[in-house]
Design a protein around this ligand. Structure first.
Ligand code: COA
Length: 186
């Protein structure tokens, strides 16, 4: 049985990630989505929140497991008995970073291969940061993330707005339903 690990920050998971994940299940018997807990990135969602969002998205798909890990990705992959790491490549700009990561990982764990899948054209410009940015400015992101993620982002941004209003003493509290009805701007 060939097992692969698909590591990332997933802050939050996008349709681009899910596309790579689905395609990797056609190549491997089992794929573990590995959410990095401590990889020097400041995240909007906690590891537990990222886990919950991903688990909800892959529910009912027996080939996929979702786990949170810390430490080196290759050590996690080794512990899980994985043979490969999956990474998505979107554009040439990803290449240099991915090459460096793959080479370092190969040095640490020569028995584990990195397998690259090209992102589909429609997701080649999508990133979690761009999604978070657009969503914070009330941009429509429904084509790029699952509905549950879109809502979770909205809730996060509204919580931030309300926290700012609380700190500055403003009275109005924005509710997610106000936003859905077009009644407030994040
Ligand atoms: N569709 C949409 N977006 C995609 C994508 C796809 N197919 N593939 C990558 N991305 C985006 C992500 O959304 C993310 O965007 P962001 O930077 O705006 O957040 C970006 O590309 C890269 O993110 P991700 O794939 O999550 O990688 P990462 O660089 O955040 O993390 C790890 C990569 C977790 C694999 C790496 O940091 C790691 O291995 N950490 C553990 C410690 C370790 O072993 N380090 C290596 C030592 S050499």
């Amino acid at each position: 049985m060939t097992k692969a690990v698909y590591p990332g920050t997933f802050d939050p998971v996008t349709n681009g990630h899910l596309d790579i994940l689905t395609r990797s299940t056609e190549l491997f018997d089992e794929v573990i989505v590995a959410i990095a807990d401590d990889n020097n990135k400041e995240t909007l969602f906690t590891a537990a929140e990222r886990l919950a969002l991903l688990q909800a998205e892959v529910e009912g798909r027996p080939k996929i497991q979702v786990m949170v890990f810390s430490g080196l990705t290759v050590e996690f992959a080794r512990r899980q008995g994985a043979r490969a790491l999956i990474r998505g490549l979107r554009a040439m700009s990803d290449y240099e970073y991915e090459l460096q990561l793959a080479m370092m990982n190969k040095k640490f764990a020569p028995e584990i291969e990195t397998v690259f899948l090209m992102a589909q054209m429609e997701y080649s410009f999508v990133s979690s940061s761009a999604i978070k940015w657009a969503s914070s400015l009330a941009g429509r992101i429904g084509d790029f993330v699952p509905a549950m993620v879109e809502r979770a982002l909205l809730e996060k941004h509204l919580a931030q707005v309300n926290e700012r209003r609380r700190v500055t003493g403003a009275e109005t509290v924005v509710d997610i339903d106000d936003r859905d009805a077009g009644g407030a701007t994040v």
